[in-house]
Each structure stands twice: as structure tokens, then as C-alpha cells.
Design a binder for this molecule. Structure first.
Ligand code: NI
Length: 195
């Protein structure tokens, strides 16, 4: 969930269900996405203050990368840009939404534990507890004010992406045991790549 769809698109069995072109597109997109370990992912991103053609290009590029990577959300720091901006799309056929300089306006009292992955930490899923309902204010690509009320998966994705803008990753939001297991798996994957 969150950045990645509910199923982990990086698992081999899943990959076999994609046609070769989609696999190639996904790999090309993943190669442009910054991985955990890069300092940009640990940096508090800067507010966007220019709503120009460059920003619109940045948004459409991020939307394309998210689409190609089969993700449901992508924050600007994940493409190496320290901007308070993210794109997301929970339903495959709905338009991609861009939210700029988002602020959490309200969270409900109910929380829920859910599995999340992250395009910057491929192959890892951990449980993260988050509020089920949120309201977020921000700006769209034209600099117009938007308010989003979301629940469930949409609320989870929004909170995950907003975390990226503050340098927070899912491993910071999970239990100590899950974090340790994830770090072990990352080291193993690193070793098998090197071998
Ligand atoms: Ni992420």
C-alpha cells in the first residue's frame, strides 16, 4: 500500500503477470526513484513558491513515473527534488492528484494498522498505524487552494506521502521488531545483488 499498490509489485511472481513492456517501463521508472540512504529522503522539503510551467512539468513527470512504477503515490523528494509536493492515485482509472504545500488540517480519532510499501524501499512491507480519516489543505498546480477529505487507503497514502516531505519513512513508523526484520531483509537483498 501507500507508495506501492497493495500487492508488492517487486515480487517475482507478480512480475510474471506484467507484459515485458510494462516490466521495462517499471524498471526505467524505478531507476529514477531515489532509494533509502539518499539524504534527500531525510531532508525536510522546501515549500513550493513558484507556480509556473516548470512546476507543471515536474508534476506531470512525477505522475508519469508513479504510473510507470505502478505506485499509488510519489513525493517530490523521491525523485530528488526537495519540494513540498506529492502526487497520488488510489484508483487505477482516476486522474492523478497533485497536492502542493500540504497541511494536515484534521485527523479522526480512529486509527488502523495497515501494510505499507514504499517505492524508495522496494521489496519491503511493514505495518504502520495511521488515522483512518484525515482532512488536508494545500494548493493545486495553479496555486489554487484545495481541501481533501479522505479515509482508508486514500488517507493512508496521503499521510505516507506527507511523511516524505518531512524526511520520515515507513521504517520510522513501524514496530521495532518489524524495522529490524526489514533492515535484515534489505541487507540480504543487498548481498544477493552484490553476489
Ligand atoms: Ni514512500
Amino acid at each position: 500500500m501507500a507508495d506501492e499498490p497493495e500487492i508488492d509489485e517487486h515480487e517475482d511472481d507478480d512480475e510474471q503477470r506484467l507484459d515485458p513492456e510494462a516490466v521495462a517501463r517499471r524498471e526505467a521508472a524505478m531507476a529514477k526513484i531515489v532509494r533509502m540512504g539518499d539524504p534527500v529522503l531525510r531532508t525536510v522539503a522546501r515549500p513550493v513558491d513558484e507556480f509556473d510551467g516548470e512546476l507543471r512539468e515536474e508534476i506531470s513527470w512525477m505522475g508519469q513515473l508513479m504510473h510507470d512504477a505502478l505506485g499509488v503515490g510519489l513525493a517530490a523528494p523521491q525523485v530528488g527534488i526537495s519540494h513540498r509536493l506529492f502526487v497520488y492515485r488510489v484508483e487505477p482509472d482516476s486522474p492523478i492528484v497533485a497536492v502542493i504545500n500540504p497541511e494536515l488540517e484534521w485527523t479522526g480519532d480512529d486509527t488502523e494498522l495497515g501494510e505499507e510499501g514504499c517505492l524508495s524501499i522496494p521489496g519491503i512491507q511493514v505495518d504502520v498505524e495511521r488515522p483512518v480519516h484525515v482532512r488536508v489543505g494545500g494548493l493545486d498546480a495553479n496555486g489554487d487552494v484545495v481541501h481533501i477529505e479522505a479515509e482508508g487507503l486514500e488517507a493512508r497514502v496521503i499521510q505516507h506521502e506527507m511523511d516524505h516531505l518531512d524526511g520520515v519513512l515507513i521504517l520510522d513508523r513501524t514496530s521495532k521488531d518489524e524495522r529490524k526484520a526489514a533492515m535484515r531483509k534489505l541487507r540480504e537483498m543487498e548481498r544477493s545483488r552484490a553476489a
